[in-house]
Ligand binder design. Structure first.
Ligand SMILES: CC(=O)Nc1ccn([C@@H]2O[C@H](CO)[C@@H](O)[C@H]2O)c(=O)n1
Length: 104
C-alpha cells in the first residue's frame, strides 16, 4: 500500500531528485517531518520510490515563487497551470518538501 501518489509524468523527476516538493490540498497536509512515505503512480498505484518528508508548510496560490517552481523543476507559470488543472479554484495549498531515500 502506498502513502502518496504522483502523476506518472513526474516519476522520472522525483526518482532523479529534480523534483523535491509537491503542493497539495488540506486532505494531504497531515504528513509530518521525518515520516517516510511509499510513493506510487496515480494512474496504476505502482510503487516507485520512498521519500522522507522534510517539511509541510501552508502556502497560498498567490504566494508561490520562482523558488517553489524551481523545486518542482518547472517555471512558475507552468506550475500555476498544473495546480489550476489539479485543484481548480483552490487557493490554500501545502508545500511538502521531501528527499528521495530509496528507489523501487
Ligand atoms: C491525486 C492528486 O492530487 N495527485 C497529485 C497532486 C499533485 N501532484 C503534483 O504536485 C505538484 C503541485 O501540485 C505538481 O507537480 C503536481 O502535479 C501530483 O503529482 N499528483
Amino acid at each position: 500500500m502506498n502513502d502518496i501518489t504522483f502523476f506518472q509524468r513526474f516519476e522520472n523527476d522525483i526518482v532523479a531528485g529534480r523534483k523535491t516538493i509537491t503542493l497539495r490540498d488540506a486532505s494531504e497536509s497531515h504528513f509530518t517531518p521525518g515520516q517516510q512515505l511509499r510513493v506510487g503512480r496515480y494512474e496504476d498505484d505502482v510503487y516507485f520510490c520512498t521519500i522522507e518528508v522534510v517539511s509541510v508548510t501552508p502556502v497560498a496560490l498567490d504566494q508561490l515563487t520562482d523558488e517553489h517552481a524551481r523545486q518542482e523543476n518547472m517555471t512558475l507559470p507552468e506550475l500555476k497551470e498544473v495546480i489550476a488543472e489539479i485543484y481548480p479554484g483552490l487557493n490554500e495549498l501545502y508545500a511538502i518538501v521531501f528527499t528521495r531515500v530509496t528507489k523501487a
